[in-house]
Design a protein around this ligand. Sequence first.
Ligand code: AMX
Length: 435
Amino acid sequence: SQVLKNKLKEKIEGWRPRTARLTKEFGNVKIDEVTIGQVIGGARDIKCLVTDISYLDPFEGIRFRGLTIPEVLEKLPKVPGGEMPYVEGFFFFLLTGDIPSMKDVEEVAEEFKKRQDVPQYVFDMLKALPKDSHPMAMLSAAIVSMQRESIFFKEYEEGKLHKNDYWDPTYEDSLNLLAKLPRIASFIYRWKYKNGDIIPSDPKLDWGGNFAHMMGIPKPYDDVSRMYFILHSDHESGNVSAHTGHLIASALSDIYYSISGMVNGLAGPLHGLANQEVLKWIQEIYEKKGGNVPTEEEMKQFVWDTLKSGQVIPGFGHAVLRKTDPRYTAQREFCLKHLPDDPLFKYVDLLYKVVPPILLEQGKAKNPWPNVDAQSGVIQWYYGLREYDFYTVLFAVGRALGVCANIIWDRGLGYPIERPKSVTTDMLEEAAGIK
Ligand code: AMX
């Protein structure tokens, strides 16, 4: 079906004149200035990227194509019998900015189903890796191993691609890769942790539902998966995973190279790995307390002990956000509805109460509030996914949706290769007037 692709083509062609006009007529208009603090400090807050897929307001949190998380969850077509929207429909929405009809969703779901078969060599390669390889390394390797499937790469090499058409094979590559991710991720899980007892795909199911099925986890885990993938999909383009994907793609490397690189960035403890760190950290308290929920005083002591040992409190703080992450809130609401009495949820709830005042008192973190990762591991644990090394893989499967959407649009609007400029420490000292 060409419904999504035709609509996307129309949108990209309609958008191009805006981008072209801004560069041609207003290319010298200043929108920011850069300080020494920002240059040394990881380019924090410098406005130097453009994306229309999502926008992160420091106080409100993320909006996808202009909609808040509660609006997205409410407005998009739901899977019959479930509470959560189709991931397929959400991807349509990320790409086009339009809310799809149920028919549109069904067509995208059909596209994904047609493309879901994973080449055997991917499984063979994964099986050849040592079993104690980190699942993120396995995922990254699986994705890059499929680079030979890239349609963009082939067409580019044949020299028959016009610049205006770069987005088209990028779209094809994206759909081909995204369709396979639930299969690859669940294979890694079952191979690594369930004695290689692989559950075949069920062609009747939607993308999120099929993932839950292949993981071997019963309802309502299908809804947990859909929610999880949607919430983790995109957080504008400056975060490490999205930025890495965009940067690699800007060299016209194809989707397989780009998304594999995106996965590698997400694997760091300050970024996607934080959800695994949260669980590990909570488990430590849990074991110390023999499974009992600690008192507020005991929890405070535990938080201070962590800080005093020079570690960060995982799941709290954010480079851009300055309030509680709405992705945290959405998952908290899910917990309040489905697992209010779960002991780990009680821990998280208590942390929500005690951590922010402590981080404020310590006075270092610019944002004392919880981020998405403080809550997500607890839900996974509750539904039986207890191998927390795997949690970041779930994040990566979701994030691939947003990063693919961004890369397709990067190509559609002809964004150039990325190349920021460096300076030397001498130059900064000169600028500061101390040299
Ligand atoms: N616990 C303890 N200290 C923290 C902290 C936390 N949760 N968050 C920030 N700080 C400290 C920083 O380490 C830094 O200390 P330093 O001056 O001694 O180096 C200081 O506060 C200022 O940092 P910041 O400007 O507030 O944050 P940042 O933009 O540099 O980093 C982040 C943002 C997320 C890496 C940081 O808050 C952090 O390490 N949080 C814990 C890990 C985490 O939850 N990561 C997941 C983020 C969401 C995601 O990507 N999945």
